[in-house]
Design a protein around this ligand. Structure first.
Ligand SMILES: Nc1ncnc2c1ncn2[C@@H]1O[C@H](COP(=O)(O)OP(=O)(O)OP(=O)(O)O)[C@@H](O)[C@H]1O
Length: 746
């Protein structure tokens, strides 16, 4: 139809010009990075610093330009007052003095009517257009007329934007999550742009877009508060590595890189938690009582000699005796500092050393007739020095109040857990072995209780800083000398020249050295990943219902501002240590100062599949209401009972395999080896490749993921296999976007 190709041609022309601008900007950024990197090794510390900043800035821009390559522009808003804006994944401006906007970032306030305007509330819009592109080519337009007085027609009008949404929901899956900027729904937009600064809890059933919303909120916050957040980084916590791989591309596709993705088991720098706990051990390790138990165990490491067993250290001037009272007094004073164990330790050590020096002085200089001590202050100081230098004294003090690392302390504790009821202690007792995700929160707790005495490291750092100050002073002196020389050379050493500022005038050596030091090449996210005490600008927790009380303690330490978005669904809780209720999670940290929002529409699972999943839940909870599905496909799930579930699954995989899309087999963990043997092409294991056509998972690994087709094997086994087995089965049944098959064991 002639009428309809004209608007497409017009949009194509615009979009072609937009990509030309993008190419130009990208070339410039690339050239700038290339040129800056080419200067390696030359110039002063100052110019190297400037180079580093430039490279970082331009690389960030490059990432954003590369993100703009797909779906650069996807919408257009025509306002009744004549204003006309294209909306895109990133914003671009014309290269003119006024820097005229070409395409507006979806996060800008002007773009909001794209997501919110309705016939009832047109928000000043006359027309909203969805532009669908493939590569750089416009393939279709979808117009909505919001101003009833507007009689003009483009030939691309539809009733509303549902067509575009349904096309996105129906599309074959690729194994990686995609952004939803073209079709964010109004209820989702409200959460993404929520001005709430503290803890925001987003709750919703399966497929309601919780993950999508959380990721877009991160992108929005990075846009709206770039200054703070780019420096402090955003942390996104997800349940397992496969899930992080699944969502890992969404933020880069929106041009954002200042984000650290991690599982709860990855939050203690330097430790990889490769072990697994039994459900019982996980529950005990996650319980908040562990905090008190560990605190008790740390106090137990602060010892005093028995009443009748003082420690005796031979010394050249006679034995030194550390008795119970002396140690009790020193311990009392050290504990009074309220510092963590390792930081309170010097107080304990000095008290003992002082007391021993006094003991010696009393013995050596005592006046047998009761007069004052014969020794002068210098003699006593000398004695104290001798005591402090005695390695045996230090060994004895170490035995009473040892310096502890979190790793050594926790390994010792797990070998013989104390301050717990015996059945709990038995569940976690372990000698050696790999750290588990449950241990990570305990290591962090231990690190807090122990503290890190970094006085030696800080002294070394200060020495290095002094060295840098001296170096910087040298650089500045050279630059000052050369200034005189240059100016003399150019015969400019006159009144005016003294107005010209040189580095020497505006910066002193100390400040110069500091700036040099700041040139840390790592991004904020990389520095955050290596620093246990990093305070993140914002934290997003997906599948938040899975985290234990001890893991919450760890996360809250990383978020002193409590700027957090927590998304989850208590009905999907699988972890035996999961806290379960938002009140229970949050009360200890923010009391009731948190906001709770709900998402109520299921975008993933068609109504036919949701009916089967809901029936499973209703067996336990007859009043259970799942979120309503936004679409139905007319394809009923199938259900088969067989004596050979592995063979039947292999057959079903063959029958269900499609040219496009992904299929997942979800089965109890103990069936996975047999299924893997029967399905040699399926990807499986710790971190399965979700982009492969067939993937084999246990229900825990399937959390948060989705596939076109899902085969659930041995649902009764899934249900019986874990403390929250019904929740696990519910998760498995709600992963499909198109087809579901169930293979039961006869
Ligand atoms: N506005 C939207 N436009 C297009 N797709 C959407 C939209 N909202 C959600 N989706 C899609 O719906 C699917 C489910 O979203 P998501 O995974 O975020 O749900 P969830 O609530 O985290 O689910 P679960 O709790 O089951 O893991 C995804 O494919 C997502 O891209």
């Amino acid at each position: 139809m002639e009428l309809s190709t004209e608007p497409i041609r017009e949009e194509q022309k615009f979009i072609t010009s937009l990509y030309a601008r993008l190419d130009d900007l990208r070339d410039r950024a690339e050239a700038a990075v290339g040129a800056a990197l080419g200067t390696t090794g030359t110039g002063s510390a100052q110019s190297r610093l400037e180079r580093d900043i430039m490279v970082a800035e331009q690389s960030g821009l490059l990432a954003a330009f590369n993100a703009g390559e797909t779906g650069l522009c996807f919408g257009r808003l025509v306002f009744r007052d004549g204003a006309d804006h294209h909306i895109g994944r990133i914003g671009l401006r014309e290269d003119d003095p006024r820097r005229t906007p070409l395409v507006v970032d979806w996060r800008a306030e002007v773009a909001r009517p794209f997501y919110l305007a309705t016939g009832h509330e047109p928000m000043g819009l006359s027309r909203r257009r969805h532009i669908t592109t493939k590569g750089r080519e416009v393939v279709s337009l979808h117009d909505e007329v919001l101003d009833l007085a507007d009689r003009s027609r483009s030939g691309h009008e539809g009733r509303d934007a549902d067509e575009v949404l349904l096309a996105a929901l129906d599309a074959a899956r690729t194994g990686r999550m995609h952004d939803i900027v073209q079709t964010i729904q109004a209820e989702q937009d409200a959460i993404i742009r929520s001005p709430h600064r503290g803890v925001l809890v987003v709750e919703g059933g399966p497929g309601t877009g919780k993950t999508a919303v959380a990721l877009h909120r991160a992108a929005y916050l990075l846009y709206a508060h770039r200054e703070q957040l780019a420096r402090r980084a955003v942390l996104i916590v997800g349940p397992n590595p496969a899930f992080l791989g699944y969502i890992g591309n969404v933020l880069p596709s929106l041009g954002e890189t200042g984000v650290l993705l991690a599982t709860p088991g990855e939050l203690y720098p330097g430790v990889r938690a490769t072990g697994t706990d039994t459900p019982r051990a996980a529950a005990v390790k996650g319980d908040v009582r562990m905090a008190a138990a560990l605190a008790g165990a740390v106090r137990d490491r602060q010892q005093v000699p028995g009443r009748d067993a003082p420690l005796v250290v031979p010394h050249e001037d006679g034995d030194l005796v550390i008795d119970r009272d002396m140690a009790l007094e020193a311990r009392h004073r050290a504990r009074e500092t309220a510092l963590p164990h390792n930081l309170a330790r010097p107080s304990f050590v000095f008290r003992i050393l002082d007391a021993l020096a006094e003991q010696l002085a009393d013995r050596i200089g005592a006046d047998p007739y009761g007069g004052p001590n014969f020794l002068g202050p210098d003699d006593i100081a000398l004695l104290a020095k001798g005591v402090a230098a005695n390695p045996d004294v230090h060994a004895a003090v170490d035995g009473l109040w040892p310096e502890l690392t979190p790793e050594d302390f926790l390994a010792d504790y797990l070998a013989d857990p104390t301050h717990l009821p015996e059945e709990d202690a038995a569940a976690i007792r372990r000698d050696g072995g790999a750290w588990t995700p449950g241990d990570v929160a305990l290591l962090d707790e231990a690190a807090e209780l122990l503290g890190h005495d970094d006085s030696a490291a800080r002294a070394a750092q200060e020495a290095e800083r002094q060295r840098q100050v001296q170096y910087a002073q040298g650089v500045l002196d050279v630059s000052f000398a050369s200034r005189t020389y240059e100016f003399e050379d150019k015969e400019e050493l006159d009144e005016d020249a003294s107005e010209v500022l040189s580095a020497h005038d505006i910066i002193d050596a100390e400040r110069f050295a500091e700036r040099h030091e700041e040139a840390d090449h790592r991004t904020a996210a990389e520095r955050a990943a290596a620093d246990r005490t990093w305070a993140f600008g914002h934290i997003i927790v997906d599948e938040a219902q899975e985290l234990s009380a001890m893991q919450w303690r760890l996360l809250m330490r990383r978020s002193p501002t409590r700027s957090m978005t927590l998304v989850g669904d208590p009905a999907q809780t699988g972890d035996p240590a999961g806290v379960g209720s938002w009140e229970a999670i949050l009360a200890p940290y923010v009391e009731d100062r948190w906001q709770h929002v709900r998402l109520g529409v299921n975008y993933r699972t068609p109504a036919e599949i949701m009916a089967v999943a809901a029936a499973v839940r209703r067996e336990d909870d007859p009043a259970f209401e799942p979120p309503g599905s936004v679409r139905s496909t007319g394809v009923e799930p199938w259900d088969r009972t067989t004596a050979d579930p592995v063979g039947a699954t292999a057959e079903a995989v063959l029958a269900e395999a499609r040219a496009e899309g992904r299929l997942a087999v979800i089965a109890p963990a103990e069936l996975l080896p047999a299924l893997a043997a029967a399905l040699p092409d399926a990807s499986h294991g710790e971190q399965p490749d979700l982009s492969r056509p067939v993937v084999l998972l246990d229900p825990r690994q399937a959390k948060g993921l989705e596939f076109d087709t899902v085969l659930v094997v041995d649902p009764d086994g899934i249900r019986a296999g874990a403390p929250h087995g019904t929740n696990d089965l519910y998760v498995a049944l709600t992963r499909a976007t198109q087809r579901l098959g169930i293979v039961r064991r006869a």
